[in-house]
Design a protein around this ligand. Structure first.
Ligand code: NAD
Ligand code: ZN
Length: 235
């Protein structure tokens, strides 16, 4: 039972964007868009072959111009409007939550829209056509090479203290479209449970941590979420 005063924290993963046509990360075979994760999503991969990594993320960045938010993203916007206390934490690096209208949003694994300087750490949103090609881009501030503003494996997720605080204060925790393989996001469920929150999971396949949810809905986020949100917000 959710009321306006219920404090809700949501964690989303690649699954919520799957119905928009963005492929999920295939944990089973360790491939993301046919690339090995170590090649395209680690600092070592960037060191070893920056051109490959750059090209990989430039493709993901160009893809943002071709995809749209789906009914799952939109349902979360309706839920946010209804609640007084709502935080959406996403592992996704696409921009579909904000394009749907989500406001209180943390991108814990970074954002495809943004590039970051390797040297001075300057961060900038760069989505003009001239920023989406195959050539590297230099920092406006210091001239060094820009890298994707993405948290790679072995790097520290963003805004963790803020997320932990919200988790220890929430009444309801909802995980959507996430396999529960990627640490530390996979541990958020346990933090919320330890704190006495009611936990809800929504996923196409039962995730690794399915037994720890108080309620689990199996299916597509874009089909399940609109119904659940309508039910929760009409009381
Ligand atoms: P994951 O790919 O490991 O798991 C996705 C989960 O979503 C799977 O369990 C799958 O069963 C489920 N799923 C697929 N379609 C669904 C649907 N329509 N509705 C509900 N669930 C559905 O994703 P993860 O746990 O987010 O971890 C992947 C990592 O890779 C993240 O760190 C993320 O940064 C990155 N990634 C991001 C994107 C993106 O930004 N859209 C896409 C791929 C990978
Ligand atoms: Zn710089």
């Amino acid at each position: 039972m959710i009321t306006k005063q219920t404090r809700v924290v949501i964690l989303t993963g690649a699954g919520i964007s799957a119905e928009s046509g963005i492929r999920t990360f295939r944990a089973a075979d360790g491939l993301w868009e046919d690339h090995r994760i170590e090649e395209v999503a680690t600092p070592e991969g960037w060191e070893a072959n920056p051109q490959l990594v750059w090209s990989f993320y430039q493709q993901r960045r160009r893809q943002l111009l071709e995809v749209e938010s789906n009914s799952g993203h939109k349902a979360l916007v309706e839920l946010e409007k209804y609640l007084d206390n709502f935080l959406l934490v996403t592992q996704n690096v696409d921009n579909l939550h904000e394009r749907a209208g989500s406001q209180n949003l943390i991108h814990m694994h970074g954002e495809l829209e943004k590039l970051r300087c390797q040297e001075c750490q300057h961060i900038e949103s760069m989505m003009e056509e001239e920023h989406l090609g195959e050539e590297f881009i230099s920092c406006r501030q210091c001239g060094a090479r820009l890298r994707p503003h993405i948290v790679w494996f072995n790097e520290m997720p963003l805004q963790l203290p803020e997320i932990e605080k919200a988790l220890t204060q929430c009444d309801v925790f909802i995980a959507i479209g996430t396999s529960g393989h990627v640490y530390p996001a996979s541990g958020f469920l346990h933090t919320a449970r330890l704190n006495g929150s009611h936990t809800i999971g929504i996923n196409l396949d039962p995730p690794e941590n399915v037994y720890f949810f108080d309620e689990f809905f199996q299916g597509k986020a874009g089909e399940i979420l609109p119904h659940l949100v309508q039910r929760w917000t009409e009381e």
